[in-house]
Design a protein around this ligand. Structure first.
Ligand code: NI
Length: 243
């Protein structure tokens, strides 16, 4: 016999997992990154965009093989590597080498778009399926006006502008834009993650479970139940992960 509860239908899609991660770069790394950017040659961002995006992408990017580009890339990858929240939330299989962009002056916006599904990493001949998009802010919010990352979500849109060194991750499937910068320059790192767990919903379940286990262990220490729940986490991950 069915109870009413088993017939509950979801009437709306759950909101996408959008997560901000504070201080991916520490103050020292951030100031290194900023001084690397003090004197660089920017290139038009539309050069690396698909045909459709080229019409709406109006920003500048650091050439991938520039010295500053390489140095900042390794600072960011190192920051991500030691960040347990990033790992738990994205369950990374491959990370597209982070790139740096700038919005300001006459090249100051990127209209609404969905990122290309597959990116080819320039230096490794590796394909990355863009399950998750990430923006890591390199300029402080008071250095520029505008430049919000606006992400369309089921409950409306979310507008993101973070402290320098902090990052936001959001599903690659979402429509998003960067609003025009009307004063100063917005500097940021952007990249994509192919996750071991392709589904946003499954990733979110795992992330919530992981966080709950951590809180329980902090409150109670390890006991039979936390060990059992940890086992459940790993057994779900084993089922869903594609390594
Ligand atoms: Ni985008």
């Amino acid at each position: 016999m069915c109870t009413a509860a088993t017939h509950t239908h979801r009437t709306s899609k759950a909101a996408a997992m959008l997560l901000t991660i504070a201080n991916v770069l520490n103050a020292d790394e951030l100031s290194q990154a900023r001084s690397l950017l003090a004197d660089v040659d920017w290139k038009a961002g539309r050069d690396s965009a698909g045909k459709q995006a080229a019409d709406i992408k109006n920003n500048e990017q650091l050439p991938h093989e520039s010295e500053a580009g390489r140095a900042i890339r390794s600072l960011v990858l190192q920051g991500l590597d030691r960040n347990p929240t990033f790992f738990s939330a994205t369950l990374p299989k491959r990370v597209y080498p982070p790139r740096v962009n700038r919005y300001g002056g006459t090249e100051n916006s990127f209209g609404n778009h969905v990122d290309n599904a597959i990116r080819f990493a320039p230096d490794a001949r590796v394909r990355v399926r863009t399950d998750i998009s990430c923006t890591l802010f390199l300029a402080e919010p008071d250095e520029y006006d505008g430049g919000e990352l606006v992400i369309a979500d089921t409950g409306g849109s979310r507008s993101i502008k973070l402290k320098a060194g902090s990052a936001v991750i959001y599903p690659g499937t979402t429509l998003h834009q960067v609003t025009p910068v009307t004063r100063g320059y917005r500097l940021a790192c952007f990249f994509w993650i192919e996750s071991m767990v392709r589904s946003d919903e499954q990733r979110r379940l795992l992330f919530n479970l992981d966080n709950t286990i951590i809180r329980l262990r902090n409150q109670l220490g390890d006991n039979e139940d936390t060990i059992s729940l940890t086992g459940t986490y790993h057994n779900l991950l084993r089922q869903w992960a594609d390594t």
